[in-house]
Design a protein around this ligand. Structure first.
Ligand SMILES: [Zn+2]
Length: 311
């Protein structure tokens, strides 16, 4: 079964099509998770109903991506406006799956393919929920970190170990994963604590620290450190234009002071951490790990030179 699926994925065009279609369908389910989990509602029942009037959604109005475009974001049962997020999540998941199938399908990297689909899907839900509610449910951060340890045991190739592992390699992968979890979350904790002292206000939520544990369990400590700085950089680059725009708008519309992004307001950090984690896992891994390796070997070189000089 797995063999024949991987054979299909070896064809890049088929891999892209399969990725786009399955990604859009999964994206539609991730939308349900983003909407219902913060409200403690079941993600299975009722199946596809309107959040406003509770009517069942007909299958032809429930086709991922297309239905939103055809209905132009307007529900057919009542005057409920389907948020743009529905379309964004379905499109983003479709593109992500197509990329993953294309990148890991062809070379037959079944372990990386499964891990990337799981890791990416959880991150999309975390990004969506944090963006809308400013919280990250523990089941994703803590549960995700535990899943990272289990994935590492099952697929040690995730951490560059043998893809046909013996027990000792599986245990090594678990140790790498646990170290990644602890180093990443404690690094972010201490950066946040320092920033809090310097700015004398809360700079970081507990949810972000736990999220970094999840990222570190899948990506190792190098990935975790990259995600902290990459996330901060992405946040800065993406928010500066928004803030300048809203500042200009505030000057022109002085009577409307609500719902505007401004300097010093609370902004969720999780979405940027999530994006940085996806960038690391899907493309930057070799580059970042090589960079850290270069630094460590330079340190060892300098220290051994100093040692032989002094003796
Ligand atoms: Zn409705």
């Amino acid at each position: 079964m797995i063999e024949s699926t991987l054979e299909i994925l070896a064809d890049p065009v088929l891999a892209l099509i399969l990725g786009l279609v399955s990604g859009a369908i999964v994206g539609s389910f991730l939308n349900v998770c983003i909407s219902r989990i913060p409200l403690s509602k079941s993600i299975i029942l009722p199946s596809s109903s309107c959040p406003e009037c509770g009517d069942r959604v007909d299958w032809f109005n429930n086709i991922p991506v297309f239905s939103w475009l055809v209905l132009r974001g307007q529900a057919s049962c009542c005057d409920f406006k389907l948020p743009l997020r529905y379309l964004a999540v379905e499109l983003f998941t479709a593109i992500l799956f197509a990329f993953v199938f294309f990148k890991f399908g062809g070379v037959g990297e079944f372990a990386l393919l499964c891990t990337a689909l799981f890791f990416g899907s959880v991150l999309i839900v975390v990004i969506g929920i944090d963006f809308e509610t400013m919280t990250i449910p523990d089941r994703f951060s803590i549960g995700g970190a535990l899943a990272g340890i289990v994935f590492s045991f099952c697929f040690p190739s995730l951490h560059g170990l043998s893809s046909d592992p013996i027990l000792i390699e599986r245990l090594s992968a678990v140790i790498i994963s646990v170290c990644g979890l602890l180093v990443s979350s404690s690094s972010l904790y201490w950066i946040g604590a320092t920033a809090e002292k310097l700015m004398s206000k809360e700079a970081l939520g507990q949810g972000d620290v736990k999220l970094l544990g999840f990222v570190g369990a899948f990506c190792g400590w190098q990935g975790g450190i990259f995600v902290i700085f990459g996330g901060a950089l992405l946040g800065t680059f993406l928010l500066i234009p928004v803030m300048i725009f809203s500042k200009l708008r505030r000057i022109s519309l002085t009577n409307n002071k609500n719902n505007q992004l401004g300097w010093g307001m609370e902004i969720p950090f999780g979405p940027f951490l999530g994006l940085a984690a996806l960038i690391y896992f899907l493309g930057m891994q070799e580059f970042v790990d090589g960079w850290f390796e270069g630094i460590t070997s330079n340190f060892i070189f300098v220290f051994s030179a100093l040692y032989s000089f002094l003796h």
